[in-house]
Design a protein. Structure first.
Length: 359
């Protein structure tokens, strides 16, 4: 199966090891996007929270300064009517020459979604998201106006004269709860998961694919993982120690790092559960930042030389993870390094495994 490499697009130059430089820096947005495209990334995630700048406008701008890079634009159902959202993403697909993708973000935290006036529970939001995805696809594909009367949405004559340039805009979905997995397996093209140990990831992938098989489906699996590279393994672990020291100093001098989503954040609990197993797992999976930030920072990282990290990622590929969202801690310099040192090894390793499997 073809492997896809995804990067993370920020709105300004910021990370856990240095303070945010402005809220929105259009020059940085352009330079980062071009760096990702040049480095060989296939797609970038443009994230969304209750306070971040608009992702669709950012994607439209990036489409104008790149030619190949595809998008995974985070989008929260509930704040834009699905009929309008369908037209917005179809327009982006036209503007970008068929590079749009939508990542459905249901929201891990009740407190955060309430910042935008959404007071549904998490389960209610997931049910709404499934209906939302169905409407998006219906509007994208229908040659004539349609009516809809569901649990969350009702409209008459919904229509999008502008259609996606792609045969189908890919729908990404994430979540760790039982309902998130059940509904995502039913409706997503790509199910996105966070980084964890090989054993836990294998079990989760098996669960998602098992649920999807009940609907006659086989979604792709995307896994997010931070990466710390060094010319030697010792150098890589020294970089990890320096990053941890910077985060601890930031927390001592400025305040807690990462987003506290409240007691309903299942992802934070899973980070802490994994960190409790040890600081170094599966040889090079580092849990130090998750533990240091109380789970607020979902930052599992693979640490080592480029060949070592590539082989570690390919172990996940062996049981069904076919998309890797990778990012580091130094933004554009890391993007450049990953393109030079890591991405070619991931692609070559995946191709070699596919060749063996097909023979």
């Amino acid at each position: 199966m073809p492997v896809e490499i995804i990067g993370l697009q920020f709105h300004a130059d910021s990370s856990e090891v240095h303070p945010l430089k402005g809220v929105y820096d259009v020059n940085y947005v352009r330079e980062s996007a071009i760096a990702h495209e040049t480095a060989g990334f296939d797609r970038i995630l443009i994230g969304q929270t209750a306070t971040w700048p608009d992702g669709l406008a950012t994607a439209g701008y990036i489409a104008s300064v790149t030619s190949r890079l595809r998008f995974m634009v985070a989008h929260r159902p509930g704040f834009v009517a699905p009929t309008m959202a369908a037209r917005m993403f179809a327009t982006l697909d036209q503007v970008s020459a068929g590079r749009a993708g939508v990542h459905i973000i249901t929201g891990a935290s009740d407190a955060e979604t309430q910042c935008d006036g959404d007071f549904l529970t998490k389960d209610q939001r997931y049910l709404r998201s499934r209906e939302y995805v169905g409407i998006l696809r219906a509007i994208w594909s229908s040659p004539a106006p349609i009516d809809h009367a569901g649990a969350c949405y009702r409209f008459n004559g919904g229509f999008a004269p502008v259609k996606p340039l792609q045969a189908a805009i890919p729908v990404f979905w994430g979540g760790a709860s039982d309902l998130a997995i059940e509904l995502g397996a039913e409706c997503a093209d790509v199910f996105a998961i966070g980084g964890s140990t090989l054993a836990k990831t294998r079990a989760l992938v098996g669960r998602v694919l098992g649920e999807a098989a009940r609907h006659g489906r086989r979604p792709s699996i995307s896994m997010s993982m931070r990466v710390i590279l060094g010319a030697t393994e010792t150098e890589a672990w020294e970089k990890a120690d320096a990053i941890l020291a910077a985060v601890l100093e930031y927390q001592r001098s400025v305040g807690l790092i990462g987003r506290d989503k409240g007691p309903d954040d299942l992802g934070a609990r899973k980070v802490l559960e994994t960190a409790a197993e040890g600081e170094r797992l599966d040889e090079r999976l580092w849990t130090g930042l998750g533990k240091a930030t109380g789970g607020r920072l979902h930052a599992m990282a693979l640490v080592g030389t480029a060949p070592q990290v590539a082989e570690a990622l390919l172990r996940y590929y062996d049981f069904g993870v076919d998309r890797f969202l990778i990012n580091g801690f130094y933004n554009i310099p890391d993007v450049v390094e990953f393109g030079r040192e890591l991405i070619p090894l991931i692609r070559a390793g995946a191709a070699a495994r596919d060749a063996v499997a097909s023979s």
